[in-house]
Design a protein around this ligand. Sequence first.
Ligand code: FPP
Length: 246
Amino acid sequence: MENLDLNRLPKHIAIIMDGNGRWAQEKGQDRLYGHFHGVQSVRNIVEAASEIGIKYLTLYAFSTENWDRPAAEVAGLMSLFVDTISKEVPDLHKNNIKLHFIGNLSLLPDDAKLALEQATQTTSKNTGLELIIALSYSSRWELIQAIKNIAEMVHLGTLAPADIKEATLEAALSTSAFPDPELMIRTSGEYRISNFLLYQLAYAELYFTETRWPDFRKKDLIEALLDFQSRERRFGKTSVQIHTND
Ligand code: FPP
């Protein structure tokens, strides 16, 4: 922690929390046992990110594709989300954390929708860490929604096709209120983005670790941050330009 440069932290970290199933199976347990333990990592990393001074943290909790998992696993995950969110809200609120949910939330069961609405409402005035949970989310789904909204504006005559810019698309995404992630972490040794924030991750530094999500803790987050700080972010420029501000 003392080696971290607190002036060069990413404002926004996005995490693909992978490996719960394998972690459980390696212990001879049911996959849901892994998700249950994954919640401890969520708690630990949210607390650590808030302490370190990260402003935005996005966690990929459930993808659109995850709806195709066995029904018992989907049902178990849904009740885990409802339980965890309802149970954690008082603590999150006390720690000044503001919750957001992105994704196709209309597909969620009613009790989950209610828990999310209440959690968003309760924490809406908080000014600390902004915790964004991607639930029933996929980037292609999000892009299609954005394109439909833009097409509608063109259809109504409020937007000329020639005026469509990056900012137009960004404003139509579910992440319009947040800056792009500067660091994306994926646990458990898979080297993929899996339909997560495809537009927003354009310039993110990607960090992959073999550690399974239920084992991922504050020290692992700090390792990822140290790795991030060792990289040179050039945004298409040359190294000389970056060092001379040219
Ligand atoms: C991926 O591991 C993980 C998930 C699909 C679920 C993540 C959910 C949690 C960590 C629970 C708590 C979250 C919140 C925000 C309350 P996997 O099942 O794909 O693992 P595998 O690749 O080893 O099979």
